[in-house]
Design a protein around this ligand. Structure first.
Ligand code: SF4
Length: 221
């Protein structure tokens, strides 16, 4: 069967190069799986610094728990998460997600679900797209899933390995296929990509000092 991504060994080699350059990186900040889940949803289309402010508002009111969030008046929730942008939409989505979790017995109960089933169920929640679902699976439940975000698309398209405009599921399936089932790779890879994309392969790429320049098709752009 033809692979979705060419040159599968290249992807592990890039991971090793990034790991050598930056060492293990740690993400996602959160004191509990539930905080990571809430943060993943609030992180849609906004900067992480805004998410932190919204989470701090919920913590300051003692409301960062499943029952408080799902029973709270929607308008109050929207006000508390206002710093995370699109707060009215996100309040609805967050309550949808909290109801989904509660109906299945809570955050810990979802840990018993096989990864494919949990991913499908998360995607059935109104407001949870594939990137949010994969963030939750990877960072809250430590499942071997690869997150495709704007950083991933930018880096791998500049490296000449993907076009960059493929649909989410196509790229996701391709990375799952070439990376196998090594949880350590999934845990570390996305964080390293984010780090590299923020500090080197950004809008003004620092190609001259980039650890990937020898294998990059767009060095010097
Ligand atoms: S060489 Fe430049 S374009 Fe290529 S990955 Fe590095 S920073 Fe990005």
């Amino acid at each position: 069967m033809e692979r979705t991504l060419a040159a599968p060994k290249t992807y592990k080699s890039i991971f090793r190069t990034l790991l050598r350059a930056y060492g293990p990186q740690h993400w996602w900040p959160g004191e509990s799986p539930f905080e990571i889940i809430v943060g993943a949803l609030l992180n849609q289309n906004t900067a992480w610094t805004n998410v932190v402010k919204a989470l701090d508002n919920l913590k300051a009111e003692g409301l960062l728990d499943l029952d408080s969030l799902r029973h709270m008046e929607e308008g109050r929730l929207a006000g508390l998460i206002r710093p995370a942008d699109y707060f009215n939409v996100k309040a609805k989505r967050l309550q949808n997600l909290c109801r989904f979790i509660a109906e299945r017995g809570g955050v810990e109960a979802l840990d018993d679900y096989p990864t494919d089933r949990l991913r499908q169920d998360l995607l059935s929640v109104n407001g949870v797209g594939p990137e949010t679902a994969d963030d939750i699976l990877l960072y809250a439940y430590h499942r071997p899933v690869f997150v495709i975000d704007a950083y991933t698309r930018r880096l791998f398209s500049r490296l000449g390995l993907v076009k960059g405009d493929e649909n989410y599921e196509c790229l996701h399936a391709g990375f799952q296929e070439v990376l196998g089932q090594e949880v350590e790779i999934f845990n570390g890879y996305h964080v390293l990509i984010v780090h590299h994309a923020k500090y080197y392969c950004n809008s003004k790429p620092k190609c001259e000092t980039c650890c990937l320049r020898k294998s990059c098709k767009n060095t010097g752009i």
